[in-house]
Design a protein around this ligand. Structure first.
Ligand SMILES: *Cc1c(COP(=O)(O)O)cnc(C)c1O
Length: 463
């Protein structure tokens, strides 16, 4: 009788224990571990994730777009540790604590502004991005109830947009892979064409494309007079929809249309916020202030789940009354958790003391230089960039007309090819992208560019 061969490495042992008990997010579990590798991570340091055998992986997607300043960043880690010995949690109904108040003050101070508009004035916390989106949707809807405008019940969202996985957030999302199965459970949103510049007709500029989409939004408003309570969108960059980018003029038009039609503008900056697209918030690039701003992901530097919804005073005031019904009774057990708020405050301290946005401009230039040669690659139809995000659209003939079929799984092949080489590139369909932590240095970006090229070659050889 032969015993099972001993697992060869520590990582193998972790994999076995994991697959015995865990159900992973966004994963067809049947694919683990043969088609899709499962990588146990022992620790993180700067832009690196490090496994139990000491192998390093460059985290080129900032761990699902959450990490800003590198893994185990010491200032943020210390702030959480300090807070944990002071106050780990107290309910935020009837109670208050310094981290929640200080963070709200600082978020409101840096939030996007717009001439002629009263600034964002109130902060409501939730625990993750999807929950933050639910809060914004419910607030917009409830505002009109409180005002007696009962016919304003509908949301407009953009085609190819993404706002999270809970049923409310999924209702305003338009990515079939995530949405289709649950469609019978979802509320009916109205979808407006995306201003996505990649969808421009030949000869049409990104600005023209944005205006065309804004005209379609205007038509949608005309077709549903007095029914729309809010437009929700990801400003500048539709992330989960394949890092698709649009001209900021669309945001100005959407702002004007919301105003003209008495609807709110909800900016979902869960992924684009905190410097990702080159400015602190993407809305700044259009000079536009939303009525509701959703923040999460980078909010805590990537350390802890937390989201914040910033609202105008006018919106808030509509909830003040003697009646409990009029109040916004939404809550989560961990609303405004002190540890998460402390992590967010330390994150904002780093922004304040290190001029991160200016440093990122230099990094983004290096990324642009390294990305430029991919324009000539025979399988790359588009290279686009918004600040610290660069995306490569892979197609069969390097033009927009010959997309790889989903079954070819070009993205998956590119993913495994890069992982083998010690780089985490987690494509969205056939879109490869770079969204590294802000602490990356030139040699990391060189590795990233070389690996991207190798991954594309290996992936297309598989189809
Ligand atoms: C990730 C994301 C969400 C959802 O946030 P979770 O914390 O994953 O629930 C919502 N909107 C956008 C734009 C996102 O990128």
């Amino acid at each position: 009788m032969l015993a099972d061969p001993a697992p060869s490495t520590l990582a193998d042992r972790w994999r076995q224990r994991d697959l015995a008990v865990l159900w992973h997010p966004c994963t067809q579990m049947r694919e683990h571990p043969d088609t899709l590798p499962l990588v146990p991570i022992a620790r993180g340091e700067g832009p690196w994730l490090i496994d139990h055998d000491g192998k390093h992986y460059l985290d080129a997607v900032s761990s699902w777009w959450t990490n800003l300043f590198g893994h185990a960043q010491p200032r943020i880690g210390a702030a959480i540790a300090r807070q944990a010995t002071q106050l780990e949690q107290v309910m935020l109904a009837g109670f208050s604590h310094e981290p929640a108040v200080a963070l709200a003050e600082r978020l409101l101070a840096i939030a996007p502004r717009q001439a002629g508009r009263a600034p964002l004035a109130k902060v409501f916390y939730a625990d993750n991005g999807s929950a933050g989106v639910e809060v914004a949707l419910k607030m917009a809807f409830h505002y009109f109830r409180n005002r007696g405008e009962h016919h304003r019940t509908r949301f407009v969202a953009l085609e190819n947009g993404y706002h999270g996985e809970t049923l409310g957030a999924l209702s305003v999302g338009d990515i079939p892979l995530y949405r289709r199965v649950y469609a019978p459970l979802l509320t009916e949103a109205l979808f407006a064409p995306s201003p996505d510049a990649y969808l421009a007709e030949p000869g049409q500029s990104a600005v023209q494309r944005a205006h065309q989409a804004a005209d379609a939004l205007a038509t949608l408003f005309d077709q549903h007079p007095g029914e729309i309570c809010a437009v929700i969108l990801e400003p500048r960059l539709q992330c989960a929809g394949g890092m698709r980018m649009h001209d900021p003029v669309y945001l100005q038009r959407a702002r004007e249309l919301c105003d003209a039609n008495g609807a709110f503008l909800i900016a979902d900056e869960i992924a684009t916020g905190f410097g990702r697209t080159g400015t602190m918030f993407a809305c700044e690039q259009a000079g536009v202030m939303p009525d509701l701003l959703c923040l999460s992901k980078g909010l805590t530097g990537g350390f802890l789940p937390l989201s914040a919804v910033l609202a105008t005073q006018a919106l808030y005031d509509a909830f003040l009354d003697e009646s409990r019904e009029r109040a916004f009774l939404h809550s989560h057990s961990y609303t405004g958790n002190p540890l998460a708020c402390a992590a967010a405050l330390a994150t904002l301290d780093i922004f304040a003391s290190e001029d991160v946005i200016a440093r990122n401009r230099g990094t983004a230039e290096v990324m642009a230089r390294l990305a430029a040669p991919f324009n000539d690659h025979r399988h790359v139809a588009d290279v686009r960039q918004a600040g610290m995000v660069v995306a490569f659209e892979l197609t069969r003939n390097g033009d927009k007309r010959t997309p790889f079929p989903a079954e070819a799984r070009v993205g998956l092949h590119a993913y495994t090819a890069a992982l083998k080489r010690g780089v985490v590139l987690r494509p969205l369909g056939n879109v490869l992208y770079w969204m590294p932590p802000y602490c990356v240095e030139d040699q990391h970006l060189d590795l990233l560019a070389q690996t991207t090229l190798a991954a594309i070659e290996e992936a297309v050889a598989c189809v």
